[in-house]
Design a protein around this ligand. Sequence first.
Ligand code: SAM
Ligand code: SF4
Length: 473
Amino acid sequence: MKFCPQNYRIPDVRMQPFIDADEIWNYLLHTPSSPETVEKVIKKSLAKNRLSLEEVAILINADDEKSIQAIKDGARALKNTIYGNRIVLFAPLYVGNKCSNNCLYCGFRSSNVEQIRKTLSDEELIREIEALEDNGQKRLILVFGEHAEYSAEYIAHTVRIAYGVKKGNGEIRRVNINAAPLDIEGFRIVKQAGIGTYQIFQETYHREAYKKYHVAGRKSDYDYRLTSLDRAQEAGIDDVGIGALFGLYDWRFEVMSLVRHANHLEACYNVGPHTISFPRIKDASTLNIDDRYFVSDEDFARLIAILRLAVPYTGMILTAREPESLRNELIQYGVSQIDGGTKIELGGYVEKEFYHELNKAQFRINDDRSLNEVVDELLQQGMLPSFCTSCYRMGRTGEHFMEFSVPGFIKRYCTPNAMLTLAEYLEDYAPAETARKGWQVIEKNLDDLDEKMRNSVSEKLGRVKKGERDLHY
Ligand code: SAM
Ligand code: SF4
């Protein structure tokens, strides 16, 4: 038997499908749950121990009110004690919506003749990035359909463009990708352009359900998609994002599978996923999906809290698919990144009149606040909006794991960098009222630092006020 190079005790299952539906259903159907066992599992997670699949099943199977509340409280406590009050902000940028797949839930699917197809020209891409920089964005995720035009070389080309656009004090400091799976050579090409995270969602981890929704094109190959982030790792991309599209199959199965996927990556490559995403199906042009597996708001809050406890060292992303009020609630259960000022129509950051036209977007978003409105609301709640990209640029990969496991890491790096990047935003882009609230939040966070760090950060904040940019730890 071959063994993983990273761990001599684990059989080498790289590139092998690692989801066993029977095993997962077995856990779900045969793991009893009681308020006592739930309490025990939560305690284990709060003590910074990883949860087994059986323990995750205990949380999932808890359906009495008291246990569900305990799970949410546990997730909130874990977020507060470990990650603190920071929320990282980013924006998606749709580069092209041509697609040769026919995913039944997606407005970009090949059979949807109502969709207006477009790939941004380099000039249009630059103008979108300038508009994003003018709003104060520093972190982007470039999004693509799956099409022969969107080769690894082309994706790398767009990443280089994004890094090259500088407008005023604006610049994009981290470019993530959400695009089709590549082969190992393709991932290498994209890595060389300096990407942050490569995100690929499995959509549903259930093989039979997957077949039903992915009826044509390259994406109909379940195994190729499931092993895509293994290929990314083999190509040297150790910063990967996983996700499931909730509403395609039983949410309980998807949560167990996401945890299984995280464990697989960690066992084989010594590094778990950088982020987990949990989009819920939203309305899309000519969408016709049976609502049998749609996830209610209550179950959605529950599953986010369970994921937080199950994979405490992984970033969690919640997008503008969800409405403002729900986002405000869900953030408390351990979300670490949200988008703000989101436009998902091709060219939508420049051509504002495109807004909410379903035949120009992949699906309907439900939080259309500007970036500043999102920042303002976070400040109002005493949270610390962050545009930090420091770990990635300083070569500190696996930052969520370090935040989680290295004592003092957050106070040494994350909070100061959040304050410095927020200060830049307040100086360069915020209206006076938001700036006032923002500086108050910065002062409050300064007070919580030890003296040496407080002096150091104060000195750097003074330099930001005088016009220096990109100061970080
Ligand atoms: N084409 C690439 C792929 O399929 O991997 C990029 C993905 S797509 C542009 C980004 C993600 O949006 C998909 O992976 C899917 O999870 C999600 N998505 C698609 N249709 C959706 C809908 N109707 N509502 C919410 N999310 C949707
Ligand atoms: Fe194409 Fe991705 Fe939409 Fe599927 S989800 S139709 S692959 S853009």
